[in-house]
Write a protein that binds this ligand. Structure first.
Ligand code: AHM
Ligand code: MG
Length: 347
């Protein structure tokens, strides 16, 4: 049995670069900008892939730096490495006037001539789930791109960074898993590209991704159950109760790496939950560079994202590091969650 590429499948191979050029018209801004923005992320993702594949062997990528970020979390060497890598890659393409990163307390604003002429803002979590790297579990990079609201030619302002998720022009993630994938949307569907490390190219492997409308998997760190609100506990009871017609009890899956958990949810259907609780009153995940880009992707794939009451992307941020409760996945499952949370809250 041959498992090699047939001549036919060779003809059908589309690289990420070709795909972007072919679909440039879908990106309603100047020609070439989407291509340059994504090529910087693609380059940094390739370097990350190469480093992560030997992470256990490279001393300066493993372990903690001994400092905490603005959110009070231990920074890992990998967090800082990836942060610098993505910032350098984005800066080099001259499209970006400012970057907000999970690893940077303050926003980075490019004040040189090229920087002030950049039309885009990037919000990024360079390595999400970095604590998983030491146990060889998938991690990822997640990013959101916005058009600046301030005039081109001036330095970027706070308001440029604090736009609601509904203003995103591109969002995506890279998952460094058993294979490395880059998944993105520019507002016209979601496409996934798998990296072939032997030749250094991302190929279109998951065209026009659609999330199943309903599912039977729920994904949450249920170890925090004691701290959850009563309405959320009621929803979890619903997930675990028996009803053949709705495929309950649901299956539980939780990797603890948000990108991996949402990636699975996107492909197979289900619901991903990171709620607020008595120990995390605003949840854990960050609205601007974790929840919003994932919400844009899931909604573009036909799913739904919510903070329990409203679409995540309608929230107006007041701080780039602010947290929110985050629920995302198959439309029917998120609607059911909202119904149970709403019913319990209004009772
Ligand atoms: P990080 O950005 O500091 O890595 O934190 C975010 C990660 C997510 O990937 C993951 O879903 C979550 O933290 C897991 O948190 P918990 O251990 O509380 O379940
Ligand atoms: Mg993160």
């Amino acid at each position: 049995m041959s498992i090699g590429l047939t001549e036919n499948s060779m003809n059908e191979l589309t690289t990420l670069g070709e795909f972007v050029v072919k679909n440039q018209a879908d990106f309603p801004y100047a020609k070439g900008e989407l291509s340059r923005l994504l090529s910087s992320i693609r380059l940094a993702a390739k370097i990350m892939n190469s480093q992560l594949s030997k992470a256990g062997l490279v001393e300066n990528l493993m372990g903690e730096v001994g400092e905490k970020n603005i959110q009070g979390e231990e920074q890992k060497k990998l967090d800082l490495y990836a942060n610098q890598l993505f910032i350098n890659a984005l800066k080099a393409r001259n499209e970006v006037c400012g970057i907000g990163s999970e690893e940077e307390d303050k926003t980075i604003i490019f004040e040189n001539e090229v920087g002030v002429n950049g039309k885009y803002i990037v919000l990024i979590d360079p390595v999400d789930g970095s604590s998983n790297i030491e146990v060889n579990v998938s991690v990822g990079t997640v990013f959101a791109i916005y058009r600046r609201t301030s005039p081109v030619g001036t330095t970027a302002t706070k308001e440029d960074f604090l736009q609601p998720g509904s203003e995103q022009v591109v969002a995506g993630y890279v998952i460094y898993g058993s294979s490395t994938m880059l998944v993105f949307t520019s507002g016209n569907g979601v496409n996934g590209f798998t990296y072939d490390p032997a030749i250094g190219v991302f190929f279109l492997s998951h065209p026009n991704m659609k999330i199943p409308e309903d599912g039977s998997t729920y994904s949450i760190n249920e170890g925090n159950h004691a701290y959850f609100s009563e309405p959320l506990k009621a929803y979890l009871d619903y997930c675990k109760s028996v009803d053949k017609a709705t495929k309950r009890p649901y299956t539980g899956r939780y990797i603890g790496s948000m990108i991996s958990d949402v990636h699975r949810t996107l492909l197979k259907g289900g619901i991903y939950l990171y709620p607020n609780s008595s120990i995390a009153p605003n949840g854990k995940l960050r609205l601007c560079y974790e929840c919003n880009p994932m919400a844009f992707l899931v909604e573009q794939a036909g799913g739904k994202s919510s903070d329990g009451q409203q679409s995540i992307m309608d929230l107006k941020p007041t701080d780039i590091h602010q947290r929110t409760a985050f629920y995302t996945g198959s439309k029917k499952m998120v609607e059911k969650l909202e119904e149970i949370l709403g019913r319990a809250t209004n009772a």
